[in-house]
Design a protein around this ligand. Structure first.
Ligand code: HEM
Length: 343
């Protein structure tokens, strides 16, 4: 059975919602009642049916509406998509990866037929049916990275690997948690991570970089990261801070359930075959507090994580203005019972 794509918005009237089935597959990111940064990387292998890990590239009910939101962001600000000249080959690598994964995992929605370099791609949810020559940019309406990431949920950073470091030399970034591709383009792993508190001192980034530069083709890895967002807004960029920054002052005990969202990023890391670049898809999942508390063990645990979060992390993630109101609201759902580790 195919996916039932929702018609919804991530701006203005904010009609985004999760169906009950989608709530159940939300990647709840905490393994215990407290949270601190760590090198939480594991192999990106297929997981249980009906989970976000079932397929290595996940497509869900928000796909069509998220792609419409991306098109609106790009129409206003084309610099959200950039690729330095030496990254075009990596763009073709990414196009191949996403087309083959989608066609294999969701044959009712996507199909790819290859005859030598002549490729025929059908994307039924978005009404796309294109034939092009792999490697020939003039046969596509956009560059290869832009073409395929306009059809793929989540942000994508493509990293060139040289001098034992990773360089952010291309990306499609329209759903980010307050960082800017236009600012970070051309930076290396330590430079773009400079604003993150505590993790540098803990050695997280030195170890993470070592791991990433050794990733091999066909053996992707993944990790979860999280933050919070007021209203189900995908585009929380520094470029548009004037549109969403003040939303953080609007949270009251009456509207926490509807306005406050947990925002989880499923980040994966893949070696690309021809360019030897690394691609970093950042897939964003949103969950309203009203939706989160429908799962009692999540409500209990999230109350404790948010209440006890180190102040440096709360400040960096931008939660300070509404953290207390949200913790008090969540406390109604925490009976103090012990939780099991690891769920
Ligand atoms: C934050 C990119 C891999 C840990 C960030 C930020 C960017 C970023 C742009 C926001 C920095 C800012 O405030 O401006 C990337 C890219 C990666 C990558 C492109 C892949 C090559 C990793 C890995 C780890 C990691 C492997 C750790 C194991 C973190 C942490 C934060 C962060 C802890 C702060 C997040 C928060 O508190 O919400 N990353 N990252 N990153 N990154 Fe990475």
């Amino acid at each position: 059975m195919g996916i039932n794509f929702r018609k919804e918005t991530f701006r203005d009237d904010f009609t985004f919602r999760n169906s009950p089935e989608n709530i159940r597959r939300f990647p709840f990111p905490y393994h215990e009642d407290a949270y601190m940064y760590s090198v939480n990387i594991e192999p990106h292998v297929p997981g249980p049916k009906n989970s976000v890990f079932e397929h290595l590239v996940d497509v869900d009910e928000h796909y069509v509406s998220e792609m419409q939101d991306r098109a609106m962001v790009l129409a206003e600000d084309p610099l959200r998509c950039q690729s330095l000249p030496h990254m075009t080959l990596a763009g073709w690598d990414l196009l191949e990866l996403l087309m083959t994964e989608k066609a294999a995992s969701y044959p009712e929605h996507f199909s790819l037929t290859r005859e030598g370099d002549r490729w025929h791609w059908i994307n039924r949810p978005l009404g796309i049916d294109d034939t092009f020559t792999f490697g020939d940019v003039s046969t596509l309406p956009y560059g290869p990275m832009e073409y395929i990431t306009r059809q793929s949920q989540g942000d994508f950073a493509i990293l060139d690997q040289r001098d034992n470091n990773l360089w952010m030399d291309a990306g499609m970034i329209t759903t980010q948690a307050d960082w800017s591709l236009d600012f970070d383009i051309g930076m290396n792993f330590f430079e773009w991570h400079a604003p993150v508190p505590l993790a540098h001192e803990m050695g997280v980034f030195t170890r993470a970089l070592k791991f990433l530069t050794n990733i091999q083709q066909g053996k992707p890895a993944r990790r979860l990261n999280w933050t919070m967002t007021i209203n189900p807004r995908l585009d929380t960029s520094p470029e548009n801070f004037h549109k969403w920054g003040s939303d953080r002052l609007t949270v009251t005990p009456e509207n926490v359930g509807e306005k406050v969202h947990l925002r989880v990023e499923l980040q994966s890391f893949w070696r690309l075959p021809r360019s030897n670049a690394l691609v970093f898809p950042i897939r964003c999942y949103l969950l309203k507090m009203d939706e989160l508390v429908t799962v009692p063990k999540w409500a209990r645990r999230f109350h404790r994580v948010l209440r006890d979060l180190p102040v440096e992390l709360a400040e960096y993630k931008g939660l300070t203005r509404y953290r207390q109101t949200t913790v008090e609201w969540l406390s109604k759902y925490d009976d103090g019972a012990p939780t099991s580790p690891g769920f």
